[in-house]
Design a protein around this ligand. Structure first.
Ligand SMILES: Cc1ncc(COP(=O)(O)O)c(C=O)c1O
Length: 383
């Protein structure tokens, strides 16, 4: 089995990083549930010494996702947050980071409540407005940390332009690509230096594993990430590595249905008299629809709509039958949530207002069910 250099996306997803198991020919990379490896003599081994440092199942998923994101190498961690934390070890005391203003709440918490203790500073700006990014850059700025689309208001950042701007100022660009998935957008193709994922979401895709991964392109970043993965030790377990590896095999077909269902729900909701606004990059009414068409292949499975009040939003979340009321996203089953009281409850109300996160917003992570069933469910919930 040899993956040709010309292999297309879905073929890469299925095969990259994997060979039939050398001892048995098993087509699926086994779960190497071991803590250590026997050496033939001192210093003579098969490239594996201790399982925090190297594990064949983890290595397979790292090589697979590095290829999927068009990076040179990847390092898998125990969660998305552990992966983001590993990236921040590239910073030194006194450094400054510019961050997308409505970044994931857990990222905000890590930056503000943990990393500020180590004399790192963070400025939160609307990265869809590059003039604001440029204004926020200081001589101490070392990193631009972007999420696009943002959760839950679906604002986009022009990745090519943001990378060009940051690199002009010698600033490294990190993109959290969890929300879109590499099927929809691959930030390295636009110039990003590092891509991070919560593999918990679309990469695993089945709501049965928590994990994270960092994809890198420069040799210096690769060397540091390998070092820090071993030094700090927040590694992805062999079983979780195997689950994510199984997940990525179907990434392309799952994303095709997520995209379709996201679009179908958005178009249905736009026409509903009780819905005030629908935020989805695939709608022609989205203020950045042209950028979405340039930067994304399909518009993803995440959408948000406004039903006007907190009470109405809570009622929709309560009345759905097929959709599950839960945090998280990117699984095959459709989830619904109320950002103001769930994922973004810790964000102060005035900050929520600033980013357009109103009490009436409801977020859907469209799964891969039949779209007609999802529309039936939301119709009866809104009735
Ligand atoms: C965009 C984004 N980044 C990072 C994370 C953190 O990932 P994890 O929950 O795997 O630590 C999440 C989790 O919801 C997320 O949505």
């Amino acid at each position: 089995m040899k993956l040709p250099d010309t292999a297309r996306f879905s073929t890469v997803c299925i095969h990259a990083g994997q060979e039939p198991d050398p001892s048995t020919g098993a087509i699926i990379t086994p779960i190497y549930q071991t803590s250590t490896y026997v050496q033939e003599e001192v210093g003579r081994h098969k490239g594996f010494e201790y399982a925090r440092t190297q594990n064949p199942t983890r290595l397979a998923v790292e090589r697979n996702i590095a290829a999927i994101e068009r990076g040179k190498a990847a390092y898998a961690f125990a969660s998305g947050m552990a992966a983001i934390d590993a990236i921040t070890t590239m910073l030194e005391s006194g450094d400054h980071v510019v961050v997308t203003d409505n970044t994931y709440g857990g990222t905000f918490r890590l930056f503000e409540q943990v990393l500020r203790k180590y004399q790192l500073s963070f400025s939160y700006v609307d990265t869809s407005r590059l003039e604001l990014v440029e204004q926020a850059i200081t001589p101490r700025t070392k990193m631009l940390f972007i999420e696009t689309p943002t959760n839950p208001v679906m604002r986009l950042t022009d990745l090519a332009a943001a990378c060009e701007l940051a690199h002009r100022h010698n600033v490294k660009v990190v993109v959290d690509n969890t929300f879109a998935s590499p099927c929809v957008q691959r930030p390295i193709e636009f110039g990003a230096d590092l891509v991070v994922h919560s593999t918990t979401k679309y990469l695993n895709g089945h709501s049965d594993s928590v994990g994270g991964i960092v994809i890198a392109v420069s040799d210096a970043d690769i060397e540091w990430l390998a070092f820090v993965q071993n030094a700090a030790g927040a590694i992805l377990s062999p079983f979780d590595s195997w689950l994510v590896l199984r997940g990525t095999k179907t990434l392309a077909v799952r994303m095709a249905q997520h995209n379709l269902n996201g679009q179908a729900l958005a178009e249905y909701l736009v026409s509903h008299p009780k819905v005030k606004q629908v935020l989805y990059p695939g709608l022609a009414t989205h203020p950045q629809h042209d950028l979405a068409k340039r930067q994304m292949r399909g518009f993803g499975g995440m959408l948000t709509f406004d039903v006007g009040t907190l009470e109405a939003a809570h009622l929709v979340c309560k009345r759905v039958r097929l959709m599950a009321l839960a945090e998280s996203l990117g699984g095959v089953e459709t989830l619904i949530s109320h950002p103001a009281s769930m994922t973004h409850a810790s964000v102060p109300p005035e900050r929520r207002a600033q980013i357009g996160l109103t009490d009436g917003l409801v977020r859907i992570s469209a799964g891969i069910e039949d779209p007609a069933d999802l529309i039936d469910d939301i119709r009866q919930a809104l009735a």
